[in-house]
Design a protein around this ligand. Structure first.
Ligand SMILES: [Zn+2]
Length: 258
């Protein structure tokens, strides 16, 4: 199977001991690329450095809603812009998280909005995290889409309505190992995303799919998520993996073909 892990936190310190082995296992499992997410300015700088050391990696730069507490619209956006100049394929992850509420909601809004504006200016896709913040997310996506911004709702667990709204704007929806959990019952959502809009991701080190649930996740394990999604969608896993790969390349504007 040939696939892309569209969202992985490989810059996380939990991979410091064995990152090279993790990336080798991903390649051995069939990963043609792994998108290494920058969830803060420091994290994005690490992602950039890793991508120059490991050819399998692409990278992004953004400010996660949980990192938005100290967001400064001038200095942080300038720093983010400088990082993007170094070859990031997208902006994010960014978004809204009203489940953990680790940062004040006003700050989360400010940080997300500023990143959406930057995405429009730079013509870069956004990687959006949304949790228990659907109506606010919908309003902000509406506005961004009017400015021509395209993106992905990553590790998606929300409503079909929000997914369809995003798809209507030419956006994508990405599924993680959560869909392999027994607690996942929304099979209709898994079937509803069109073939040309669906992505898969590890979101490593979090959310390892069954049978690895509870362990540290890594990009090689995306295969389990692909197999579950393919089963629900009644398609061959290899074919689904290829579709998701093409969609990821189209969204982020890179190719894994020689
Ligand atoms: Zn993430």
């Amino acid at each position: 199977m040939r696939y892309i892990d569209s969202h992985s936190h490989l810059a996380d310190a939990v991979f410091d001991e064995d990152r090279g082995a993790v990336i080798e296992r991903a390649a051995a499992a069939g990963a043609a690329a792994v998108v290494c997410i920058g969830a803060s300015l420091a994290d994005a700088a690490r992602a950039r450095d890793l991508a120059s050391a490991y050819p399998l990696l692409r990278w992004t730069a953004g400010i996660h809603p949980q990192e938005a507490g100290s967001f400064d619209a001038d200095s942080d956006i300038a720093a983010l812009g400088a990082l993007l100049d170094a070859g990031a394929v997208g902006i994010g992850e960014c978004g809204l998280d009203f489940h953990y509420d680790n940062a004040p909601r006003l700050r989360q809004h400010e940080a997300f909005e500023a990143q959406l504006i930057l995405a429009a200016e730079r013509d870069l896709p956004v990687i959006v995290h949304t949790r228990e913040a659907e109506s606010d997310t919908a309003i902000m996506i509406d506005r961004a889409a009017r400015d021509g911004v395209v993106g992905v709702l990553h590790c998606y667990t929300g409503s079909l309505a929000l997914a369809e709204r995003a798809i209507g704007y030419g956006w994508y929806v990405s599924f993680s190992g959560i869909i392999t959990f027994k607690s996942w019952t929304d099979l209709a959502l898994l079937r509803a995303i069109p073939d040309d809009r669906v992505l898969v991701e590890s979101d490593a080190p979090y959310l390892a799919p069954v049978p690895w649930r509870g362990k540290r996740n890594e990009p090689a394990l995306v295969v389990h998520t692909i197999e579950r999604l393919a089963e629900v969608r009644d398609v061959a896993p290899e074919l689904l993996a290829e579709r998701c790969l093409e969609n990821t390349e189209r969204l982020f504007g890179f190719t894994t073909r020689p």
